[in-house]
Design a protein around this ligand. Structure first.
Ligand code: NAP
Length: 318
């Protein structure tokens, strides 16, 4: 079968090759799936660069999220490959107890995008930040994979959503996704705008996949008893939160590592999948697919994700 493999750490558009390798053989508790669509995630870029918390032994096949067809039964499922990455290939192994049914009528591309970013958004907003109807939710990088899911999940629960994004194309997308207010944070300072929109109160929840200066500024417009959810650091800088500032303003900085739920609280993944399926069926969420590309264009697709030029999710189809 054809499978992309990272042979050395570095820029993913340079260190991957499309290799002909043996089909994997399922072990105890695993199923073999024919990959129908695999979605890109920023961690694919970081992992290839050696900058992600997960460091698979080389060579490895990247790709952490897929929609596949179980070879033995023909059932369409979504989830991540067994034991880390492996989705950018024609076949992959999945853990049988972590292969979730595709909601009825959903395309392969959208299904591939319903797992990691939506699970992260749901756990982040509901479990970690206790989101409630009427809350002011500030979503950064709202046109991206993680951000677009968070806008939809925020609206689904009845929050008032403010989204930030870079450039006109992305701010338009945030509006289409249902954000109530949108700020181009590359040209405008979002702090006074958020304060004004919220009547001086600030955002109850900030959902931040960017970090760096964006996190620093978020601390200036977080509400009394607000929660800043630390999702990622696409800006490249890991920020710090002085404890005295948390004390004086009565807010929390909440860490989110969704992958840890697979070991620390496995039943939650199934519960969240059921909720997400219900939200899809009721028309509240609908993954935004920015681009669908053939599997052989994985390096170009990852380069676009790394240089900030993608919107929503980019999906590879073998
Ligand atoms: N905590 C968890 O469990 C978890 C789970 C999944 C993903 N994540 C993290 O969530 C983040 C987003 O992942 P994603 O796959 O959804 O990516 P993405 O949002 O589709 O793409 C990244 C976005 O970040 C923004 N950005 C700001 N500064 C950037 C820079 N210097 N370089 C590149 N992008 C920059 C860009 O939007 P603008 O142009 O609008 O600024 C870009 O579109 C990543 O940090 C990822 O590791 C965390």
């Amino acid at each position: 079968m054809r499978a992309w493999r990272v042979h050395e750490l570095g820029d993913p558009s340079k260190v991957m090759s499309l290799d002909e390798i043996d089909q994997p053989v399922p072990g105890e508790g695993q199923v073999l799936v024919k990959v129908r669509a695999a979605a890109l995630n920023f961690p694919d870029v970081l992992m290839a660069q050696g900058l992600y918390q997960e460091k698979p032994p080389l060579p490895y096949t990247p790709g952490v999220e897929l929609c596949g067809e179980i070879v033995e039964t023909g059932q369409r499922v979504i989830g991540g490959p067994s034991r880390g990455p492996g989705a950018f290939a024609e076949y992959a192994l999945m853990d049988a107890d972590n292969a979730w049914p595709v909601p009825d009528g959903m395309t392969d591309e959208k299904a591939a995008a319903l797992y990691l970013t939506y699970q992260t958004g749901y756990v982040g907003l509901h479990r970690r930040a206790n989101i409630q109807a009427g809350d002011w939710l500030l979503v950064h990088a709202g046109a991206g994979g993680v951000g677009s899911a968070a806008i939809q999940l925020g609206k689904a629960v009845g929050a008032k959503v403010i989204a930030t994004a870079g450039g006109e194309r992305k701010t338009a997308i945030c509006r289409e996704l249902g954000a109530d207010h949108v700020i181009d944070y590359t040209t405008e300072d979002f702090v006074p705008i958020v304060k004004e929109l919220t009547g001086g109160r600030g955002a109850d929840i900030v959902y931040d996949p960017v970090g760096g200066d964006v996190f620093d500024k978020s601390r200036k417009c977080i509400a009394f008893e607000g929660r800043i959810v630390v999702v990622g650091f696409t800006s490249g800088r890991i920020p710090e939160a002085p404890a005295n500032h948390l004390l004086v303003k009565n807010y929390s900085v909440v860490g989110l590592h969704w992958g840890l739920y697979r070991t620390m609280d496995p039943p939650r993944i199934g519960m969240v999948h059921e909720e997400l399926t219900r939200l899809v069926t009721d028309g509240h969420i609908d993954p935004l697919i920015g681009e669908t590309l053939p599997l052989d264009q994985a390096p170009q697709a990852l380069a676009k994700l790394a240089d900030r030029s993608t919107v929503g999710k980019v999906v590879l189809v073998p």
